[in-house]
Design a protein around this ligand. Structure first.
Ligand code: NAP
Ligand code: GDD
Length: 332
């Protein structure tokens, strides 16, 4: 039985990846913050249904000794490093903590693996935000990076660290350059879930408007379940390599709104209000990925399209609202 270790197991991708690895017969271990263990109902809602089938370890991305101890104890064959401060907007409010968590956390993981489990295969969660002010459209593995936020910069640093551990120390360490991927488990602060959760509230008569920033920003949106499959496939290769994972389709935030409101028979123009506070100091205007290398070498391709993704998210939020399983918080 293969053993895998996941950081960020309580996040959107961590939860879907855990399901995939369990289905593939892995023994799955996850690193969580101690506060999560103390407050499982709130902090572990995405993996609640998996408890009893996974092993959780309290450790902190800020603490090298805690990561080293966990890796030494678990001796994983594969490690998926997903934990990060992942909200781009927040990285403008607190550049320092974003850099500390994302850069040092990745460095500690790589260094601890090298010392305690050097044969372990390592996946780093890189991002299309590394392309930032894009040099070309679509972007591929050789497109130059030009990050536009502390978050993007932290991911470029993580990408470089991962490549360096591969080249300098011969570790099987790879980065996925993943474009936006969403699901009913997406955090409420990200634009897609903010839209679908508020569509459900408006439909139920519990909200009157939805305040958003730049409706003309374009993203290449896929489904998280498809994207975690790409992560796993990367670690099954004979030789380590980096891959773009994307749908190859780009849509505006406005289109997302239109389809989400359409799904419940409402017109987005009656409810969406533009609010300057949701604009970013530096925006990434158009992200569109070319995943042809992943298609060729991994056999990866997305199964869920844009409209199906929105349908899935709106349906889940409307059901949650109807069943009274807790309201989506209004995100500032
Ligand atoms: P997410 O839902 O925000 O999950 C982030 C995870 O990181 C959570 O488990 C969180 O734990 C953990 N975490 C955050 N700060 C931490 C800290 N200081 N110490 C320990 N754990 C910490 O993110 P996601 O959407 O699943 O994304 C997974 C990874 O892929 C992230 O690295 C993200 O940057 C990257 N990525 C995501 C996308 C996307 O579109 N989703 C695209 C490209 C790259 P708590 O639950 O305790 O907060
Ligand atoms: N969050 C948010 N809230 N975004 C808004 C809003 C709003 O009210 N209004 C417009 N937007 C626009 C943002 O300006 C951005 O252009 C776009 O919607 C998407 O924003 P997010 O959903 O917050 O995601 P992101 O693209 O910044 O970052 C996500 O994808 C990256 C991959 O490209 C995150 O998951 C990152 O962790 C990930 O690396």
């Amino acid at each position: 039985m293969k053993r895998a270790l996941i950081t960020g197991i309580t996040g959107q991708d961590g939860s879907y990846l855990t399901e995939l690895l369990l289905a593939e017969g892995y023994e799955v271990h996850g690193i969580v913050r101690r506060v999560a263990l103390e407050n499982p109902d709130h902090r572990m809602w995405r993996i609640r249904h998996l408890q009893g089938r996974i092993k959780l370890h309290a450790a902190s991305l800020e603490s090298y000794p805690s990561l080293f101890r966990t890796i030494q104890e678990v001796q994983p064959a594969e490690c998926y490093h997903l934990a990060a401060q992942s909200f781009v907007s927040y990285s403008f409010e607190d550049e320092f903590s974003t850099m500390n968590t994302n850069v040092n956390g990745t460095h500690y993981m790589l260094s601890a693996l090298r010392a305690a489990a050097p044969q372990c295969r390592f996946y780093f969660a890189g991002s299309s935000e590394m392309f930032g002010k894009v040099r070309e459209v679509p972007q591929h593995e050789l497109t130059a990076f030009h990050p536009r936020s502390a978050y993007g910069i932290s991911k470029v640093a993580g990408f470089d660290l991962t490549r360096n551990y591969r080249e300098a120390y011969g570790m099987f360490a790879v980065s996925g350059i993943l474009y936006n991927h969403e699901s009913p488990r997406r955090g409420f602060e990200f634009v897609t879930r903010k839209i679908t959760s508020n569509v459900a509230k408006i439909k139920a008569g519990l909200a009157m408007e939805l305040r958003l920033g730049n409706l003309d920003a374009k993203r290449d949106w896929g489904h998280s379940r498809d994207y975690v499959r790409g992560m796993w496939q990367m670690l099954q290769l004979d030789e380590p390599d980096d891959f773009v994972i994307a749908t190859g389709e780009t849509h505006t935030v406005r289109e997302f709104c239109q389809l989400a409101f359409d799904a419940v028979g409402l017109d987005y123009e009656d409810y969406v209000v533009i609010d300057r506070q949701f604009y970013r100091p530096a925006e990434v205007d158009i992200l569109l990925g070319d995943a042809s290398k992943a298609r060729r070498q991994l056999g990866w391709q997305p199964e869920v399209g844009f409209e199906e993704l929105i349908e899935d998210m709106v349906t889940a939020d409307v059901a949650q609202q109807t069943e009274g399983r807790g309201l989506a918080p209004t995100v500032a």
